[in-house]
Each structure stands twice: as C-alpha cells, then as structure tokens.
Design a protein around this ligand. Structure first.
Ligand SMILES: [Zn+2]
Length: 437
C-alpha cells in the first residue's frame, strides 16, 4: 500500500514538473514581442494574474513548500506600451486594471544592446491609486543620451496583500528614441501595369502594403516608432492631395518628416526602366535587370549612420530577391561617404549588375527627386528605397504572394543594423528562407 502511495506521489511530482516546464516555455515565446494594442482592458485575467507555478522559485525549496504556495496568485503587468516623445524622452504606459491588487508599480529600464551591462534600473516608482478607474498610468523616461538607442522596459509591482498575492516580473518590451517617417510612394493606382502578366500590379498600391508591414515590424521587432505620410489609398498634406503631391508639391512629403520630428525620411518605391530597355518590352523585363537601389539625399550622403542603414537595407533586399528567384545575383555593393555612385539610366537598366547606394542631382545641383529635396530642406536625411523593378513579371507575381512582407523584413532589419540594434549585416536565415511557395 505504502509503495503504491509513493509511486502515486512520484507520478504527481512528474506531472507538476511537466506543467511548470510547459508554462515556462510558453512565457519564453511571448517575451520580446509587443503587448496587444490595448484592447480588452477590462478583463483582468488577460494580463498577468497567473498561478505561482510560473514564478521563479529557488531550487532548494522543498516540494511541499511549492504545493503550499500554489494557493497564492502572481500579479504582473503584461500590457505595457511605449511611445517615443523625442530623442531624449520615451513614454511608458500601462492600464490600471490591477490597481486593487497592487500597492506600487516600479518602471524598469535596461539599455540595449549592452551599453549598460549593469542590467535593469528603476526609472520611477508609482503608487497605485488602489482602485481601477480605467485611466492608464504614464511615466516619461528622461534618457541620458540623444544618440540612437534601444531600450527594454517592464513594469514590476509590489502587491497590496502579500498573503494572497505574489509579484512577478512585468512583460518586457523594446523601445527606442528613434522615429522614422515612412512615405508610401505615390497613391493608389499609380504606375499600374497593363497587358499580359500584369498580375494587377500598381506601384502606388504595393508601396502602401510594404510601408504598413515596415511600420509594424519596426515597432514590434525593434521598438522603433514611425509615422506615415499616408495610411490609406489617398494622400493629403498641406491642403494638397494625390496627384499634386506626386508632382508640383511633392516636396511636402519630405518636409513632413521634420514636422513630425523624425530622424529619417524613407520613401518606399518599386523601380522601372526606360521604354523597351535591353530590347524587351517595357514591362516584360528579365529577372537579370533586377537590383535594389537606395537613393540618398544631400543630408543622408554625409551621415555614416544613414549610409549604414542603406547598406543594411540593400544587402538584405538583395538577398531576399535572390532567394525568391527575383534576381540573378545576391550581391549588393555597400557604400561609404565619398564612394557613392551617381545614378545613371544605363546603370539603372543594366543586366546582371548588383544594386548599391546612389545619389542623383537635378539641373539646379540639388537632389533630383522632390521628396528628397523636401527632406534635405529641413536637414533631414532622406532615402528612396527602390526595392526592385516592377517591370519584371516574376516580381509582380511575387507581389501577389508575400513579397511585401519579405521586403519589409529586409528594410526593418537593415534599419536596425544601421542603428546598431543588431550586429550582423545579414538577417538570420530563418527570416528569409520561407519564401512564397
Ligand atoms: Zn515610384
């Protein structure tokens, strides 16, 4: 009888162990990604009331203790959001839905990547109001440097009733003091392809698709805030709309970056070639014409950091294009100050040529492209990203699948590389390998 009891106890322990491990691996999966968009704030069980099984426990503590502690529930802040106020300030906010359980909130920050190996430090302690009113808490963190930086934040708690509850670490999210202005090139329907193998492609539609993905990835994966010159099919700035913002008043797009206090202006485009280039119909070009071009303005040309962003974006776009069968080579010629090639028609349309960083001057000596002039006029570094040529049928076909996501991943990773948030210039393989089927 005793033996059976003992076996039963052992089995019970194994089951408890299994449960703990599966809870913990679930936790790990969630770390690093951004909390939901602040919906469903009323349901307390959604953030952080979990049983102590997934709280850290000293190893030497006996099993009996653990069973006893299971009665207490852990409280943690899971739904945290950040907002880049300026180069010196990041705002952190979280809901007050757990106020009745919390005595004090502790906002914590860690500098990334490894600038302050000291680890987590307290930004601010906030007394709980004791009762949920639906009003979120906000704390503004004053940074020690204006340099582009990446930070992790979390909000820890001290519980009101320690007999009933125990405090667990809050969910960590990434943030930064960098803000990027994303300009989805043109507007809906512009540069639509006609004829055979058009695949319904229009540059002005596809640029919006890439831009939306890019904005999401920058925030979720790297903590970088952004704004967009348009979030829908149509664009309106300074009282002008659509065609006026693609011609006479196009500089307004570039000027918008400074109005929104952005550190960088990025105009999202897909490229084209001369009529009938290389002896092929204009929109029936071979894959070998494809290349990624990053066109920099006067301000960007002088910035090592922005050129590194260009190198990162171009390198990964070239890899993505090659691995998806959309170009004949994976090479991208990186550039440094003083070694930036000038854009030419011949180069743009050349076959089997790597992409690179280029500049292009107009007759006045200023930047040729209005969007880049607009950004330069406010001393904002500006870059046009020509992801690839939409005059290639294979590119248009891939655009119906997951090309926008793949390109946005390359853009976001390249930006993170230039900012120093990731160390390797090429994306980890797993992010490029699953190409459209
Ligand atoms: Zn364009």
């Amino acid at each position: 009888m005793r033996k059976i009891l003992r076996m039963f106890f052992v089995l019970l322990l194994m089951l408890a162990f299994f449960l703990i491990m599966s809870f913990r691996s679930g936790d790990r999966r969630e770390r690093g990604s951004v909390a939901g968009s602040g919906s469903a704030m009323g349901d307390i069980s959604q953030y952080g009331i979990t049983h102590t099984e997934d709280a850290e426990q000293p190893e030497e503590e006996g099993q009996a203790m653990e069973a006893e502690k299971d009665m207490r529930t852990a409280v943690s802040v899971e739904n945290i959001e950040t907002f880049r106020v300026s180069r010196e300030q990041i705002r952190i906010s979280w809901p007050d839905s757990q106020d009745s359980l919390v005595r004090e909130y502790i906002v914590m920050r860690q500098d990334f990547p490894g600038r302050n190996p000291g680890g987590w430090q307290v930004v601010e302690r906030v007394q709980s109001r004791g009762e949920s009113t639906g009003e979120a808490y906000t704390v503004t963190d004053q940074l020690e440097t204006r340099e582009p930086g990446q930070y992790a934040y979390r909000v820890d708690v001290e519980v009101a009733d320690e007999a009933m509850y125990t405090a667990a670490s809050g969910r960590e999210i990434l943030a930064s003091n960098v803000k990027i202005c994303i300009d989805p090139g043109h507007y809906a329907g512009v540069n639509a392809i006609e004829g055979p193998d058009a695949y319904g492609y229009a540059e002005g539609d596809f640029t919006l698709k890439i831009a939306r993905e890019l904005a999401r990835l920058l925030k979720e994966e790297y903590g970088v805030d952004s704004c967009m010159t348009r979030e829908s099919k149509s664009i309106t700035l300074g009282g002008y709309t659509d065609v006026e913002l693609d011609s006479r008043h196009i500089v307004l797009r570039g000027e918008y970056a400074a109005r929104e206090d952005c550190d960088l202006f990025l105009s999202i485009h897909t490229n084209a070639n001369e009529e009938g280039a290389n002896g092929y119909d204009t929109s029936m070009q071979p894959v070998s014409i494809n290349k990624s071009l990053l066109i920099v303005n006067e301000t960007a040309r002088k910035s090592d950091l922005v050129l590194e962003i260009c190198n990162g974006v171009g390198t990964n776009l070239s890899l993505v294009n090659y691995r998806m069968g959309l170009s004949t080579g994976s090479r991208f010629d990186t550039a440094a100050r003083g070694s930036i090639r000038q854009w030419t028609k011949e180069y743009n349309d050349s076959l089997d040529t790597p992409g690179t960083v280029v500049y292009r001057k107009g007759n006045s000596g200023d930047d040729y492209y209005g969007v880049l002039r607009g950004a330069a006029s406010t001393d904002t570094p500006g870059v046009i990203i020509e992801h690839g040529l939409h005059t290639i049928p294979e590119v248009r076909k891939a655009a119906q699948e997951d090309l926008a996501v793949k390109w946005a991943e390359a853009d976001a990773y390249g930006i993170a590389y230039g900012l120093g948030f990731v160390q390797e210039i090429t994306m980890p393989d797993r992010e490029i390998s699953e190409t459209g089927e």
